[in-house]
Design a protein around this ligand. Structure first.
Ligand SMILES: Cc1cc2nc3c(=O)[nH]c(=O)nc-3n(C[C@H](O)[C@H](O)[C@H](O)COP(=O)(O)OP(=O)(O)OC[C@H]3O[C@@H](n4cnc5c(N)ncnc54)[C@H](O)[C@@H]3O)c2cc1C
Length: 486
């Protein structure tokens, strides 16, 4: 039976936005259940000249799945999770991270786990692949790219290809995939952020595994219709600690100490909460019943580092953490989950706060950064954020993946004038981060909201080369137009 194409105006208006709150427009929508139906949808789009916007869980925060006319290809009904096969598992793109975790942690022998741990567990695996998503534990386990063995992809011309790590490789920069062959663009002299956490633009390098082309491509090269993920044996033990400090400098010094903990003693996560984040949590606990069960924070706790070990916590680390103002300890996945609720409470509080402000200023949104810098720029970047925000008089919180020098600054504007001031500041920061050899997006991707940032990183020449690559796979520019570049 042919795929059903529906009118967006008939009860599907909810599908016009994602978590960035950008609202798009489209004429038609479909919900394929199989690879064949995806190919049928692309054929219909080609016949009718529709641009196609691919959607997973719509938790993205850069507008990547927000349509700009044409057909919405929503993959939420392609959510089957296969059987575990050795250390791999095949899943459909619409499967949610929470459901994959449940399926993997179902008590198998040996017990296995999927190392990708986004804060937002209603993200779909297809969206995670498209954005090369990360999580707190990426400090040890890396981004989702590391855990993808193979992909099935439907290309814009309707052809279905299968790409497997270790099997389908580029020859230098030359490649052939299905009926498509050509040269990958040489971005090496433009890409200045090797070794930095990075989800900005295409991943290209000589002799690469071709599966990596589609990871982080934000749906611009093809529709991912099946994913084979790799699993790891579950660690024998997990320990999580939150150490509180009186000053941010002490917290940063502790981060450097943790990074140097040595081979075999590498933490799986190192996360940061600044003074304003802790103040926001104190306020939410006092004022909002939904946050009343958050643990009480002593008054001397002004900055915090949350860190996790998938092994016994080394003695030297315990001793150092004892010097902190306060330290909370959690053992095993269950107790760690409780500590993580504390971490999750920050973005939740931010969203509630902005939600309140939107009631009087509907156009207002938060401004959230997602940039990473090299190790030796950690203190510089933190100083840059604090100084700029203080000078502009903006309200903000800073939290996130400090182990990878990747924190999220959330600017919380109280007026449109503050929103514009925050945007200008963010753009200046992005220029500086690029100068330092960092990335303008470490995990959220570029989507439609950060295309000017990608140009800062790669220049016009780099963007042009990326355009040429897209054209090889998608001659008419039909898939996810507006993502990465305009
Ligand atoms: C509270 C909160 C916390 C978050 N925490 C994290 C975090 O810890 N780490 C992190 O990395 N991100 C985080 N995010 C961002 C978001 O969850 C990720 O970007 C996630 O990868 C998006 O997945 P999705 O299924 O929702 O994708 P969508 O938002 O639906 O789409 C994202 C992009 O992927 C494309 N796409 C989706 N499916 C496919 C497919 N099958 N084939 C090709 N392209 C596809 C879309 O077109 C779009 O460009 C967070 C978001 C929120 C709201």
């Amino acid at each position: 039976m042919a795929i059903q194409i529906l009118d967006v105006n008939e009860g599907h208006a909810d599908y016009l936005c994602d978590e960035s709150r950008r609202v798009g427009h489209a004429e038609t929508i479909c919900f394929p259940r199989s690879t064949t139906e995806v190919a049928q949808a692309l054929e219909a789009a080609s016949t009718n000249g529709w641009p196609v916007t691919i959607q997973g869980g719509r938790t993205g925060i850069t507008g990547g799945c927000v349509p700009d006319g044409g057909l919405i290809l929503n993959l939420s009904r392609m959510n089957a999770i296969g059987e575990i096969n050795g250390d791999t598992m095949a899943v459909q793109p619409g499967a949610l991270l929470a459901d994959i975790r449940k399926a993997v942690g179902g008590g198998g022998d040996p017990a296995l786990f999927f190392p990708s741990d986004l804060t937002e567990t209603t993200a779909s695996i297809g969206g995670m692949v498209a954005n090369n998503a990360s999580g707190a534990r990426s400090f040890r386990y890396g981004a989702v790219r590391n855990w993808i063995q193979a992909l099935e992809v439907v290309l814009a011309n309707g052809e279905t290809i299968h790409v497997e790590r270790g099997v389908h490789k580029a020859d230098g920069l030359g490649f052939k995939l299905g009926g498509i062959e050509g040269m990958l663009p040489d971005l090496s002299h433009l890409r200045r952020c090797d070794g930095i956490k990075n989800a900005a633009g295409y991943f290209v390098k000589p002799d690469m595994d071709l599966v990596d082309l589609f990871i982080g491509a934000e749906g611009t090269l093809g529709v991912v219709t099946e994913i084979t993920i790799r699993l790891l044996p579950e660690p024998g033990q997990m320990n999580g600690l939150t150490a509180f400090f009186a000053a941010e400098e002490e917290a940063l010094e502790f981060v450097r100490f943790l990074r140097g903990a040595g081979p075999g003693a590498r933490p799986s996560a190192i996360e940061f909460f600044d003074c304003q984040s802790l103040a926001l949590l104190r306020r939410m606990k006092a004022e909002n019943a939904a946050f009343s069960d958050l643990p009480k924070l002593e008054s001397g706790c002004r900055t915090a580092i949350y860190f996790e070990f998938d092994c016994e916590v080394p003695d030297a680390v315990v001793e150092k953490a004892d010097e902190a103002v306060d330290c909370w300890f959690a053992e095993g996945a269950h107790e760690i989950e409780a500590l993580k609720k504390f971490r999750h409470a920050i973005p939740e509080s931010v969203n509630m706060l902005i939600g309140e402000r939107k009631k009087t200023i509907p156009e207002l949104t938060k401004l959230g950064t997602d940039m990473s810098v090299p190790d030796d720029r950690l203190e510089d970047v933190m100083r840059m954020y604090h100084d700029g925000l203080a000078e502009a008089g903006l309200e903000y919180v800073i939290f996130g993946h400090i182990g990878n020098n990747h924190v999220h600054v959330n600017i919380l504007p109280r007026s449109m004038a503050e929103y514009e001031a925050g945007r200008a500041l963010y753009f200046d920061w992005a220029k500086q981060v690029v100068e330092w050899g960092g990335s303008v997006s470490a995990e959220h991707g570029i989507g439609k909201l950060k295309t000017s940032f990608l140009e800062l990183m790669y220049g016009e020449e780099g963007i042009e080369k990326m355009r040429v690559l897209k054209t090889l796979f998608d001659r008419d520019g039909r898939l996810n137009p507006g993502n990465l570049f305009i």
